[in-house]
Design a protein around this ligand. Structure first.
Ligand code: ADP
Ligand code: MG
Length: 580
């Protein structure tokens, strides 16, 4: 079996031809299967095509994409939802680079994934002599990901896979890069020797137990609080300890605030949900317990509105996270399951001194704010605004709570997050920590493949553009996914003006007349073009019920939407008032 035979598959040269010999590709597939990987996302070409065929033969589902970045987003979402690394397969050079963006994004978001990339022959790369797709991939990846390894010999492959797996899931999860050279993929080994390599690793993600002292310190502080709050992050959702977190909140009666991807960990309409009282929590809480959430830019890095005299308890797996932005009075470092278990065990030893008026006050405020919010959704405006469109989406999604919601855009992100109540854990996936655009189709596919559940992606028209071609992957794999495109014809909105008046579109302008539904037709999806909230409600209901690939083009008014949503101050363009 030759290594550069990879462009001419059909039938891979596999075991039946050489019963006593195996290749590095076979060993890699077996090692992945052996450690529990059942799915791989990627895009093939030299030197990994045969490997993907062999992986399929070995029982690993291969989901082939049109762009590596989206395959990576799928792998990352798979990792987030399953607590096992999602696996991305890329070719060398550009394919590697395209996929790396997703691996880095996974690292930033603490999602476990492994990017496996074929790479060229080492020697001409090291001497910079010019070779086919020659790039020093390991060194490119190294500073950007949680861990990076290269494997040069087939007998080292199982060890490399185990190391990559452990690095991805242990401690703070993240993206791992595994570089497999072309000679290693094609190297031949005696089958009997290869079979001896597959040991089954045990305890792949060991617990990390918090100290008794840290748990007591945290409980002492919590018990002293008059106005405590619990802030849930996506680390808490990732941990899959939903019942324990519910028990902690319900037995203490402390109000909670979920970060966007923690929505649904407890239902958004739970009596202790302080979802609509973010400012009050920040300004008035005297003790805040962070569970799997970082005090990063999404929480003003612990400053700004936050009560300067407030104190923090932080439950996190990562010791370096503690104190990184603001003094943490009571860090509890451990995996969340162990930490929450320890807190629940010791909780009866402490008497809380929470002021009951704090909770009733927040509840009254929530009621008032929620009623006011509903006023935004009431007008059935046509041409549709984000709000009138969301009034329809809200009805349908809340009637189908087990549908996973993927969401990206600018206004489409902010408004959808605020409008749609979630009631089940890990049912909302969005652009998260970096607030990136271009995760939509990948995350939709990853969520559908990893869970088998129906997925609805609510996408801004600009956001959809980054990954639109991978709608065809949804169709080829016949996934139960509906893509809803809010088309207001632009980034933020479709009424930007080119200030130079040279006739070109403004930097923010796309195409408000674009018929995205026709793009869906090209790939055999069921498609809809809707102009009213009632038609949208009908289309989305039908689409979800079909459990088939569907695309809904939602025609919005070009002037619906404002620049940068809630964070205009981060974007200098808002200072020159481009859009009005
Ligand atoms: P959010 O954006 O929702 O606030 P972040 O991604 O900022 O969430 O924070 C998640 C935090 O959760 C990270 O600091 C990470 O170290 C932590 N984390 C992730 N998984 C676990 C776990 N199993 N146990 C403890 N902490 C975890
Ligand atoms: Mg738009």
């Amino acid at each position: 079996m030759s290594t550069n035979n990879t462009t001419a598959p059909g039938t891979p040269a596999s075991a039946p031809h050489y019963p006593d010999q195996v290749t590095g590709m076979y060993i890699l597939a077996r090692a992945l299967k052996n450690i529990g990987i059942d799915t791989m996302y990627g895009l093939v070409g030299i030197p990994v095509t045969e490997f993907a065929y062999i992986a399929q033969l070995e029982g690993i589902r291969f989901v082939g994409f049109r762009h590596e970045q989206q395959a990576g987003m799928a792998a990352a979402t798979h990792g987030y939802l399953t607590k096992k690394p999602g696996v991305l397969l890329t070719v060398s050079s550009l394919g590697f680079m395209n996929g790396l963006t997703a691996t880095v994004n996974a690292t930033v978001n603490c999602y476990p994934m492994i990017q496996i990339s074929g790479s060229s022959v080492r020697e001409p790369i090291d001497l910079d002599q010019g070779t086919y797709e020659g790039l020093d991939q390991l060194n490119v990846a190294k500073p950007l990901v949680k861990a990076a390894y290269r494997v040069n010999k087939p007998e080292d492959i199982p060890t490399a896979v185990t190391r990559a797996y452990r690095a991805a899931v242990s401690g703070r999860p993240g993206g791992v890069y595994l570089d497999v050279t072309t000679p290693c993929l094609g190297a031949i080994m005696n089958r009997a020797d290869a079979e001896k390599l597959f040991e089954t690793p045990v305890d792949l993600c060991p617990s990390s137990i918090p100290s008794d002292e840290s748990v007591d310190r945290a409980l002492k502080l919590l018990a002293s609080a008059k106005k405590p709050a619990i802030l849930l992050g996506k680390g808490a959702a990732y941990a899959q300890i939903d019942e324990k977190i519910k028990r902690l909140i319900e037995t203490t009666g402390i109000p909670f605030y979920p970060m966007s991807m923690a929505k649904g960990l407890l239902p958004d309409n739970h009596p202790l949900s302080a979802l609509s009282c973010r400012s009050t929590i920040m300004e008035e809480a005297d003790v805040v317990m962070l569970i799997g959430a970082r005090l990063n830019w999404l929480l003003s890095r612990g400053h700004g509105k936050w009560n300067p005299d407030g104190q923090f308890i932080q439950l996190d797996i990562c010791p370096e996270e503690i104190d990184c932005n603001r003094h943490i009075a009571a860090p509890v470092v451990g995996d969340l399951e162990s930490s929450v278990d320890a807190i629940l065990t010791k909780l009866p030893d402490y008497k809380l001194s929470m002021d009951p008026a704090w909770v009733t006050g927040l509840q009254a405020q929530s009621k008032q704010k929620n009623a006011k919010f509903m006023e935004r959704l009431a007008p059935q405006t046509v041409p549709m605004t984000h709000w009138s469109a969301l009034s329809a989406v809200k009805k349908v999604l809340e009637a189908n709570p087990d549908v996973i919601l993927v969401n990206e855009g600018a206004n489409t992100l902010d408004d959808t997050r605020d409008a749609i109540d979630m009631s089940l854990p890990r049912h909302r996936i969005d652009c998260a920590t970096w607030a990136i655009m271009g995760m939509g189709m990948g995350s939709t596919i990853g969520a559908a493949v990893a869970t088998g559940k129906s997925v609805v992606a609510v996408e801004g028209d600009s956001a959809f553009g980054f990954s639109g071609m991978d709608f065809s992957t949804i169709c080829r794999f016949n996934l139960p996914a509906t893509v809803v495109i809010f088309n207001n014809g632009g980034i933020y909105n479709g009424i930007g003006e080119n200030l130079s008046k040279d006739g070109d579109p403004a930097p923010t302008t796309l195409d408000v007349k674009a018929r995205y539904d026709k793009l869906g037709d090209a790939f055999g999806a069921t498609t809809y073009y809707v102009t009213t909230p009632s038609d949208l409600e009908k289309a989305l209901t039908e689409a979800i019920a079909s459990k088939k690939p569907c695309l809904i083009d939602v025609q919005l008014a070009a002037d619906s939407g404002k620049e940068s949503g809630h964070i205009g101050y981060l974007n200098p363009a808002s200072l020159i008032n481009v859009t009005v």
